[in-house]
Ligand binder design. Structure first.
Ligand code: GCO
Length: 456
């Protein structure tokens, strides 16, 4: 069997996030986050599940680091729980919270696993949600910069790779517009404010991180979902253009070009956030790398009745079953498996945004995993990884400045509103017993890493 081949020193990692794996929501002085509140609000999470235990990594991280080493992984992306470090989101530091992350880094380094640390992966401290409306309030940008400085001052002597934000689009859209995520709001005005103030927080944090750790390597992670037109009708082409700006270019253009894209910016009119005189200059401060989270493409068509966008993005019904639609494989999360669109996205970043240094900070798929005689045979996930990683390898051969790939995820974890119903892990987790079992896809990744450079 041949495996995708990557350049020497390429990083092979997995990604997780604090709320999805740590559990221990109140241990050692941790403050509440909006996700602690949201998951304990009836009707918000599937099957009424919550992440109070999740993968229990706050109480026991070592077993998972041993698994990473067993798989031959040389990088690990995880996030810091803001309210574990600053229980009220600002002010008094909780040293025991900081010490947990220091121990985690100190366990990674001797295993030659490079930490990539995300500072905000959606778990706003509840105290700041109440104080300023979370990222829908402008003050949050400064609180985020203050928090970032606290963490980097504590860990910057041993951890060098920092990701300010994870997917500002998702936190704004699901949390402030669609209401599916914490804080569960449905407010277009809040959506655009949360998008802008997250980016402002990113820009402010950049400067503070670099001051705290001059050799830090800092970026942010954007989810990129290319939007294709549903038909070649000019109206659908125009709708796809605006939808692409809403999902992707709003963030890419702000960070790399210091402006918001038209026609979207013009179309959102009264919903526009107040942009301060220096905001765009702060937001577009140069970054050391771009984190790309990629899952699938979507399709849009003209829809006059959709406010601001006048475009409708067709969603495949999530029905918990992987399915073939029009000859195309879909995951049990309704996400199309189509690697060419991933390749095109990477080429687009190369051609339109100056080919920045990039890492794939998330890519993976959920399929129905069945534990049978102590094994999990997941051929669909292997096929997914084979096609997407080969697309990334081809993009590198075609000049894309890509230096690492973090698979989502190391292990089956708490999938937000879906609870534990969607398994993305290379490692199967029995959340009742916390037993871990490496899936066939985990062994495939290990063999792929082992055979790097072996193909002549
Ligand atoms: C995201 C988040 C992850 C998800 C993953 C699977 O990209 O939505 O960063 O927390 O769990 O993408 O949906």
């Amino acid at each position: 069997m041949t495996y995708p081949q990557f350049p020497p020193n390429f990083l092979f990692g997995t990604a997780t996030s604090a709320f999805q794996i740590e559990g221990s929501p109140a241990a050692d002085g941790k403050g509440k986050s909006i996700w602690d509140v949201f998951t304990h609000t009836p009707g918000k999470v599937r099957n009424g599940e919550n992440a109070d235990i999740a993968c229990d990594t706050y109480l026991n991280s070592e077993r998972d680091l041993t698994l990473m080493a067993e798989l031959g992984l040389n990088a690990y992306r995880f996030s810091v729980s803001w309210s574990r470090v600053l229980p009220k989101g600002r002010g008094q530091v909780n040293q025991r919270g900081l010490d947990y992350y220091r121990r985690l880094v100190d366990l990674l380094l001797p295993r030659n696993i490079t930490p990539f640390i995300t500072l905000f992966h959606w778990d706003t401290p509840q105290a700041l949600q109440e104080l300023c409306g979370g990222f829908a309030g402008r003050d949050m940008a400064n609180y985020f910069a203050d928090y970032s400085e606290v963490v980097v001052k504590a860990l910057g002597d041993r951890a060098k790779n920092w990701i300010t934000l994870n997917e500002p689009w998702e936190h704004s859209a699901f949390g402030h517009l669609l209401g599916d995520h914490a804080p569960g709001h449905h407010n277009p005005w809040e959506y655009f404010r949360a998008a802008h103030y997250q980016l402002l927080g990113h820009g402010l944090a950049l400067e503070r991180i670099r001051a705290a750790s001059p050799d830090a390597h800092v970026g942010l992670t954007l989810s990129l979902t290319p939007i294709y037109p549903s038909t070649s009708n000019p109206k659908d082409l125009a709708a796809a253009k605006v939808a692409n700006q809403f999902f992707n270019d709003f963030f890419l253009d702000a960070v790399f070009k210091g402006k918001y894209p038209n026609p979207l910016w013009k179309q959102i009119g009264i919903a526009r956030p107040k942009v301060g005189a220096d905001d765009m200059k702060i937001i577009s401060r140069p970054i050391d790398f771009l984190g790309v989270n990629y899952y699938s493409r979507e399709f849009a068509r003209a829809a006059w009745y959709v406010p601001f966008l006048r475009a409708w993005v067709d969603e495949v019904q999530v029905n918990d079953r992987e399915q073939i639609i029009n000859g195309q494989q879909y995951t049990n999360f309704g996400r199309e498996v189509y690697a060419p669109a991933f390749y095109e996205t990477l080429i687009h970043l190369k051609n339109e945004y100056g080919n920045p240094r990039m890492y794939i900070t998330e890519n993976g798929a959920s399929f129905t995993d069945v534990l049978e005689n102590g094994k999990v045979h997941d051929p669909l996930r292997i096929a997914f990884l084979e096609s997407y990683m080969e697309a990334a390898a081809q993009a590198i051969r075609d000049g894309v400045n890509l230096h690492g790939y973090f698979i989502w995820s190391l292990m089956d974890n708490f999938e937000w509103r879906e609870g534990f119903s969607k398994r993305f892990g290379l490692v199967y987790v029995d959340h009742a017993t916390q037993e871990r079992i490496i899936k066939d896809s985990g062994y495939w990744v290990a063999e792929m890493i082992r055979t790097q450079g072996c193909v002549k």
